[in-house]
Write a protein that binds this ligand. Structure first.
Ligand code: HEM
Length: 435
């Protein structure tokens, strides 16, 4: 579908065939992302990987991030952090149970995901997490790409009235101030640690600082780059992960039979154990299916991240001109009845009967994107998604607030760069398995 978004030519791709053309057949042509006016204001302090133009620097940085920061080995090394944070999370909810008050699951999951990610990044809990989460909420709102100043970039008047650029600059200043604080916290901790400790549990900031000392990753790495990379990994990873967990919980509350099956699976797999560890996850195939189905029905980035056409080309017989913004409508593709039976129904077992996966080869299902720009945080995200969901369902039974019936649970969405649940999810927990 060809559109004009204000002054900008745009094509929205809404079929798997067209998505394959963009993200596979002509992947290089679409491997750059457009820099909207708002984004330009936010990346002024430094450029991470997500909005680097396709080229040598992006290639080297992407390789470094994939092999050094987010590799399967590195993600595994953070297992003790994830398990420890999950245990603290269970303890916090268990302490709230006797009071009989509903728990704000949205806020607790956001804190857990943030604490876990930040410990992986700087080696310990971050002292100003609340402020950082406020920045994330703001990024989701201003990063949609559909602000007036993004749609009419040539109009200084529109930009001045719109005010988003001002907000974006304030957001960047605040985020970078927090990243400075995190680097300082990291430095203080490291100065008190022995050389062996430092080598043994290297966090992401440690890897970045070591790489800087060693001369970079094939390209120089300055402090501005380090800050931009850290901020970007946190922004890209935390909101998408916690949003997915909350949608999964909301769907489970609406579908008690799915909840029951998941809890039965956990009971059989864990037997007399009193805590979920990552070793148990291999025996929880149904939890994995719930996550897949949640990513289908509530794709966190419904239009993925935008691409820009670098060279005029033809997609399924239509001309796409150089400079056109291309949006892959993963949301629509994931709900298209041509490819999905009863697409609006939450049915995790649909994935039992098919081999469709989110690794970027099935173009009817690309919640993590595909091609050169596919999400490099997939393993990092899955490790958190699976453990947190398993822990929530193993330790607690959950009830809706009185008067709410499952089929009427509020599922209203708030659209930004990701689609989160508009209102926080409040539920009553009952402890099933104490720690
Ligand atoms: C449920 C969780 C997540 C979802 C659904 C998700 C989804 C996506 C999508 C759709 C893209 C764009 C892909 C494309 O253009 O083809 C992307 C890019 C990216 N994601 Fe994720 N993501 C998640 C978690 C994470 C995590 C945990 C991290 C890091 C810790 C991360 C880091 C990134 C980065 C750096 C990019 C930009 C890659 C590039 O442009 O080269 N994401 N993600």
């Amino acid at each position: 579908m060809y559109l004009r978004l204000g002054e900008l030519p745009a094509v929205v791709v809404s079929s798997p065939d067209a998505a394959r053309e963009v993200m596979k057949t002509h992947d290089v042509t679409f491997a750059t992302r457009p820099l909207s006016t708002t984004l330009r204001a936010t990346v002024a302090g430094g450029l991470g990987v997500a909005f680097s133009p396709y080229g040598e620097r992006w290639r080297q940085l992407r390789k470094f991030i994939t092999l050094e920061l987010l590799s399967a080995k590195r993600v595994r090394s953070f297992r003790p952090i994830r398990e420890d944070e999950a245990a603290r999370f269970v303890g916090g909810i268990a302490a709230a149970c006797p009071a009989g008050e509903p728990v704000n699951v949205t806020a607790r999951v956001a804190n857990l995901v943030a604490d876990s990610a930040l410990r992986a990044m700087i080696g310990e809990r971050f002292g100003r997490r609340e402020e950082l989460l406020k920045c994330v909420a703001q990024a989701v709102k201003i990063g949609s790409g559909f602000n007036a100043c993004d749609l009419f970039p040539s109009s200084r008047l529109v930009c001045a009235i719109d005010g988003t650029v001002r907000k974006a600059r304030a957001f960047t200043r605040k985020t970078f101030e927090l990243v400075d604080y995190a680097i300082e916290q990291h430095r203080e901790r490291r100065s008190g640690a022995s050389a062996t400790d430092v080598a043994e549990d290297e966090d992401l900031l440690g890897v970045l600082l070591r790489t800087q000392e060693e001369g970079g990753f094939g390209c120089p790495l300055d402090v501005g780059d380090i800050k931009a990379i850290l901020a970007e990994l946190f922004l890209a990873g935390s909101e998408s992960t916690s949003t997915t967990i909350i949608w999964a919980m909301a769907e489970l509350m609406r579908n008690p039979s799915v909840m029951k099956r998941a809890q039965t699976e956990l009971g059989c797999a864990l037997q007399d154990k009193s805590t979920v560890t990552e070793d148990d996850l291999v025996n929880l195939p149904y939890i994995k299916l719930i996550i897949k189905e949640t990513l289908r029905l509530h794709t966190p980035g419904p239009l993925l991240l935008p691409r820009e056409c670098q060279e005029s080309c033809e997609i399924l017989g239509y001309d796409v001109l150089k400079g056109t913004i291309v949006l892959v409508n993963a949301w629509a593709i994931c709900r298209d009845p041509k490819y999905w039976d009863e697409p609006e129904v939450f049915k995790p077992h649909r994935f039992e009967e098919c081999t469709t996966d989110f690794m970027g080869t099935d173009f009817c299902y690309t919640p993590f994107g595909a091609g050169r720009r596919i999400c490099p945080g997939l393993a990092f995200a899955l490790a958190n998604l699976e453990l947190v969901l398993a822990v929530l369902l193993f330790h607690f039974d959950w009830q809706l607030p009185s008067g709410v019936i499952p089929s009427e649970l509020d599922m209203e969405e708030e659209v930004g760069i990701s689609v989160r649940r508009k209102r926080d999810l409040f539920l009553h927990p009952t402890l099933r398995v104490p720690l």
